[in-house]
Ligand binder design. Structure first.
Ligand code: B1N
Length: 840
C-alpha cells in the first residue's frame, strides 16, 4: 500500500470512528434522558442531582447487560474452569466512574451531561460507595476482581451484602464519632436480586446417626433454625474487553414457612422477632481490622456466606451437568484469610452428608479445591472460636473438624514420632486452657496452596506463624505479592496524570503497567518534567480546596504534602508521625526564624470503635493540629489536617496529590500494605521501614529513590529478646525527651495532662511497636526528605522514576501469578452476542 492510499485508509477509519462516536453520543444522550423520564419519573426541570446520577447509572447499566449476558453464555457453554474468590469483605468503591472508564465512554458521558448543564464529577460524587470492607484486605478483593475481569478469567466474587458497611467517621472535638453507613438508602442501581437462586442455611440443633438403604452409617444434621440466603449480583466489567464477571453477595432473609408455626399459634410478635433475628445475619460489617472479636454473630456470618456460596457452586455444577466428583476441576476456591475457612468443613459436610460421597473422595476434592491466603502476622488477629460457641452454632461441623483432625494428626505422629509439642501446635484444636478451634490450622490442612502477600510476609509465615505447617508441607507455600488496579488508582483517580502518560507512551500501559518504564527515557526532557510538576501541583491545589472547605484551614499547595492514610493502629504508628510533627514544632518554638521546608501533614483513617488507644491516636493528631495550625510563630510552615471518613472515594482525591507516602509500620508487622503502591503509582516518594511490600517497592525504585529508616525485622526481634527498655531511648535522645514531655505536660490538651497519659505511659513503659527506638532514625530521614524537596527538579525526577517503576504492583501481575501458580485457570475471551442471539 502506498503512503497516499494508506493516508486515505487512515482518514476513512478516522471518519468511521468519529461517526461512530457521534452516534454513540446521540444514543447515550437519548437513553440518559429516557432513563430520567422512565426510571426516575422526572422531567429535567424537576430532577435532583441524584436523579441525574441514577439516570446515568441506568444508562451505563443498560450498556453492561449485553456483556454480562454474553459472558455468562460463554462460560456456561464452555463449562469454563472458574475462580471463586471467597471474602467476607469487598471494598468496591463507587461503580459509575469505573464502569464509564472500562466501557471507554467516560469522555462522551462527560460531554453529554455537560451539554445538559451538568458536571460529570458532580454526578459521580452522588454515588454512595459500597463500603463493605475495613481496609486493605477488602480493597484487595476489589482490585482482584477488577483484574480477573480485565484478564478475561472466569471468576465469581462471593461475599456478604451487608446492609450497613463500614461506619461513617465524623470528628467531634477531635475525637472519632461513628455514624451508621446507610449506603442502600437511595437504592442501588448496580445490583440485581436473584431470589430464584436463594438457598437455605441451617444453624444450631443437633446431629443424629442413621443407616441408609445400603446399610451404611450416616449422619443427619437436625438444625434449630433455618435462614434463607438470597444472592444479589453486580456485574464486574473488565477494561476494554467484553468480559463482565459477577460479584455475588448474599443477603439473609427469614424463610416464609418458618414463621407459620408461631404465627398460627397467635404469636405474631414472636414470628416477627424470628424474622429480625434472621435478617440480622447480613445487617452489619464488623469494624475490626486485625483484631479478633470472637462474637457468635460473626461466626454465623462467616458460615452463612460460605455455605450459600458452596451450595451455589453445586447448583452450577448441576446445571452444567458436571458430576460432583469433578468439583475441583470446575472450581478453584480461594479463602481470603481465615474468615471463610469454615468452608473446608462445610464442603466436607455437603459432599459426605448430602452428596453421599466417601470421606476420602470428599477430602481429596476439598484439598484440591481450596487455596488459603494469609494476611496477617499479628497474633491477636488469628481467628479462634471457643468450643462451646462452635458446638452451639455448628454442631455437625465440630464433629467433622474432629474427624479431619484425628486423621491429620495420625499422619503427623508417624512423620514426627514422639514430638508431642509439635502435635499440640499443629492440632486444629487448642487444648491448653479453654479449648478453641483454630481456623488458620483448618485452612492450612484443607488447602493445597498457602500464600502470604509480600516476600517478607511469606518468609515470616514460614519461619514463625505457620512454621509447623511449612515443615510438614513446604511444597504448599508460595508468595503472591499484592497489587492494586491501575484502572481505579491511576486512570479514574488521576485523569491529569493519565493524559500526560498516554500522550507520552500511548495507552497500552493501562493493561500492561510494566510499560510505564517508558517514562524513564523522558526524565531529561525538561518539558516533560515541567508537565509532570504541573500535574502534581494541580492535584494538590484540588485537594487543598477540598480540605479548606471541609476543615476551614488554609493549605499552601506549594508545601510538601506528607500523607498517611490507612486504618489507625498502633503497629502502623501514626503516633510516630505525630511525634515528628511535635519535634518540628519544638524547633520552631526554640528558634522562630529557623529555615524549614513548609509541610502539610494529611492524615486519614478509621479506628475500630472499641480500640481506645487508636481513638486516642486520632485525638492526639487533631489536638496537635489545633495548636500548630494557629500558632503565629509557625507562620503557616506546618499544617496538620485529619480528613474525616477515609474511604475509597476520599482515597481517589488524596493519593494523586501526595508528595510523600508514609509507610512507617514496625518492621515485621505489616503483611504487605497496598496504599504504599497507590502512592507510588501516582508519583509520591515513600518514607518507609523495611516492612511488607515496602521492601519490594525499594527494590524496584532503587535505594536512591526511597527514604528508608528504622530497625530491620531481625533487629526488632533481637531488641525484643534482649529486653527492650524504651525509657533508655527517651533518656538518650534530647529531641525525643522534649517531644514526649511536651505532650505529657498537657500542652496539646489545654493543660490537661491526663488526656494523653495512657498513650505516653505505654510508650515509656512497654512501647510494643518500637516508636522510641525508631524515633531518631525517622526524624533524621525526614530531614533528608526536606533537603531533597528543596531541589524541586531532583524531587520531580525521583517521583517520575517511582511511577515508572511501579509496574510490578499492578494487581494484573498478582492475578496472573495466582492463575498460573495456584488456580490453574486460563482466560476465556467473550464474544459479544447480538440482540438476535440473546433473544433466540
Ligand atoms: O491485608 C492487606 C495487607 O496489605 C495489609 O498489610 C494487612 O494488614 C491487611 C481481620 C483483617 N490483614 N488482616 C486483615 C481485616 C479484617 C478483619 O476482620 C483481619 N487485614 C489485613 C491485604 O493483603
Amino acid at each position: 500500500m502506498d503512503s497516499s492510499s494508506a493516508g486515505q485508509e487512515d482518514d476513512r477509519e478516522r471518519r468511521g470512528i468519529s461517526e461512530r462516536a457521534s452516534l454513540d453520543k446521540r444514543a447515550l444522550r437519548r437513553s440518559f434522558l429516557d432513563n430520567l423520564l422512565y426510571v426516575q419519573g422526572k422531567f429535567p426541570r424537576l430532577a435532583t442531582k441524584n436523579d441525574y446520577y441514577l439516570a446515568l447509572a441506568h444508562t451505563v447499566r443498560d450498556r453492561l447487560m449485553q456483556r454480562w449476558i454474553s459472558t455468562a453464555a460463554a462460560y456456561t457453554t464452555q463449562c469454563s474452569r472458574t475462580v471463586c474468590y471467597l471474602s467476607a469483605e469487598f471494598l468496591m468503591g463507587p461503580h459509575l466512574g469505573n464502569n464509564l472508564i472500562n466501557l471507554g465512554i467516560y469522555d462522551v458521558a462527560a460531554e453529554v451531561v455537560g451539554e445538559l448543564g451538568l458536571d460529570l464529577e458532580d454526578l459521580l460524587y452522588q454515588e454512595e460507595e459500597p463500603g463493605l470492607g475495613n481496609g486493605g484486605l477488602g480493597r484487595l478483593a476489589a482490585c482482584f476482581i477488577d483484574s480477573l475481569a480485565t484478564l478475561e478469567v472466569p471468576a465469581l466474587g462471593y461475599g456478604i451484602r451487608y446492609e450497613y458497611g463500614i461506619f461513617h467517621q465524623t470528628l467531634s472535638d477531635g475525637w472519632q464519632v461513628e455514624k451508621t453507613d446507610k449506603w442502600l438508602r437511595f437504592g442501588n442501581p448496580w445490583e440485581l436480586a436473584r431470589p430464584e437462586w436463594a438457598v437455605e442455611i441451617k444453624f444450631g440443633g443437633h446431629t443424629e446417626q442413621y443407616t441408609d438403604e445400603h446399610q451404611r452409617l450416616r449422619v443427619r444434621w437436625v438444625a434449630a433454625r433455618i435462614v434463607n440466603g438470597v444472592p444479589y449480583d453486580t456485574p464486574i466489567l473488565g477494561y476494554h474487553v467484553n468480559t463482565a464477571n459477577t460479584l455475588r453477595l448474599w443477603k439473609a432473609e427469614a424463610p416464609e414457612s418458618f414463621d407459620f408455626g408461631q404465627f398460627n399459634r397467635g404469636d405474631y410478635a414472636g414470628a416477627v422477632t424470628q424474622k429480625i433475628v434472621s435478617e440480622n445475619l447480613s445487617k452489619v460489617l464488623y469494624p475490626n481490622d486485625e483484631q479478633e472479636a470472637g462474637k457468635e454473630l460473626r461466626l454465623q456470618q462467616q458460615f452463612f456466606f460460605v455455605s450459600c456460596s458452596l451450595q451455589d457452586m453445586l447448583r452450577i455444577l448441576q446445571i452444567q451437568r458436571i458430576p460432583v466428583e469433578k468439583f475441583h476441576e470446575k472450581f478453584a476456591v480461594q479463602l481470603n484469610d481465615t474468615h471463610p475457612s469454615i468452608g473446608v468443613a462445610e464442603l466436607m459436610r455437603l459432599l459426605v452428608d448430602e452428596q453421599l460421597l466417601a470421606w476420602d473422595t470428599a477430602w481429596d476434592i476439598t484439598c484440591k479445591s481450596f487455596g488459603y491466603t494469609n494476611h496477617t502476622l499479628m497474633p491477636e488477629a488469628l481467628e479462634r472460636w471457643s468450643l462451646p460457641l462452635f458446638q452451639r452454632v455448628l454442631p455437625r461441623h465440630l464433629e467433622i473438624i474432629y474427624e479431619i483432625n484425628a486423621r491429620f494428626l495420625d499422619q503427623v505422629r508417624i512423620r514426627f514420632f514422639g514430638d508431642e509439642a509439635r502435635i499440640a501446635r499443629l492440632s486444629l484444636i487448642e487444648e491448653q486452657g479453654p479449648r478453641y478451634v483454630r481456623m488458620a490450622n483448618l485452612a492450612c490442612v484443607g488447602s493445597h496452596a498457602i500464600n502470604g502477600v509480600a516476600d517478607l510476609h511469606t518468609e515470616l509465615l514460614k519461619q514463625d506463624v505457620l512454621k509447623d505447617f511449612y515443615e510438614l508441607c513446604p511444597e504448599k507455600f508460595s508468595n503472591k505479592t499484592n497489587g492494586v488496579t491501575p484502572r481505579r488508582w491511576i486512570v479514574l483517580a488521576n485523569p491529569r496524570l493519565t493524559s500526560l502518560i498516554t500522550e507520552t507512551l500511548g495507552d497500552g500501559w493501562i493493561r500492561d503497567l510494566d510499560l510505564l518504564r517508558g517514562l524513564e527515557s523522558h526524565i531529561d526532557d525538561a518539558a516533560f518534567v515541567q508537565r509532570w510538576q504541573a500535574v502534581k501541583r494541580a492535584n494538590k491545589a484540588d485537594l487543598a480546596t477540598h480540605i479548606e472547605r471541609r476543615l476551614q484551614i488554609s493549605i499552601d499547595p506549594d508545601s510538601l504534602f506528607d500523607v498517611q492514610v490507612k486504618r489507625i493502629h498502633e503497629y502502623k504508628r501514626q503516633h510516630l508521625a505525630a511525634l515528628h510533627i511535635v519535634a518540628l514544632y519544638c524547633r520552631i518554638k526554640a528558634n522562630p526564624n529557623i529555615e524549614m521546608v513548609p509541610r502539610t501533614f494529611i492524615f486519614g483513617g478509621k479506628a475500630a470503635p472499641g480500640y481506645h488507644m487508636a481513638k486516642l491516636m486520632i485525638k492526639l493528631i487533631t489536638a496537635i493540629g489545633d495548636v500548630v495550625n494557629f500558632d503565629p510563630d509557625v507562620r503557616g510552615r506546618l499544617k496538620v489536617a485529619f480528613l474525616p471518613n477515609f474511604s475509597v472515594t476520599n482515597g481517589q482525591r488524596i493519593y494523586p496529590a501526595a508528595d510523600l507516602s508514609e509507610q512507617i509500620s514496625t518492621a515485621g508487622k505489616e503483611a504487605s500494605g497496598t496504599g504504599n503502591m497507590k502512592f507510588q503509582m501516582n508519583g509520591a516518594l515513600t518514607i518507609g521501614t523495611m516492612d511488607g511490600a515496602n521492601i519490594e517497592i525499594m527494590e524496584e525504585v532503587g535505594k536512591e529513590n526511597f527514604f528508608q529508616f528504622g530497625l530491620l525485622t531481625p533487629e526488632v526481634y533481637a531488641w525484643q529478646a534482649r529486653g527492650y527498655r524504651p525509657q533508655e531511648c527517651y533518656e538518650r535522645s534530647p529531641a525525643l525527651r522534649e517531644v514526649i514531655d511536651l505532650i505529657g505536660s498537657g500542652y496539646f490538651a489545654r493543660g490537661d495532662s491526663s488526656v494523653f497519659k495512657p498513650l505516653i505511659d505505654v510508650l515509656l513503659r512497654y512501647d510494643p511497636y518500637f516508636l522510641l527506638a525508631d524515633f531518631d532514625s525517622y526524624v533524621a530521614c525526614q530531614d533528608e526528605v526536606s533537603a531533597v524537596y528543596k531541589d524541586k527538579h531532583r524531587w520531580a525526577r525521583m517521583a517520575i522514576l517511582n511511577s515508572a517503576r511501579s509496574g510490578k504492583f499492578s494487581s494484573d501481575r498478582t492475578i496472573r501469578q495466582y492463575c498460573s501458580e495456584i488456580w490453574n485457570v486460563d482466560k476465556v475471551p467473550v464474544r459479544l452476542l447480538s440482540q438476535e442471539d440473546v433473544e433466540a
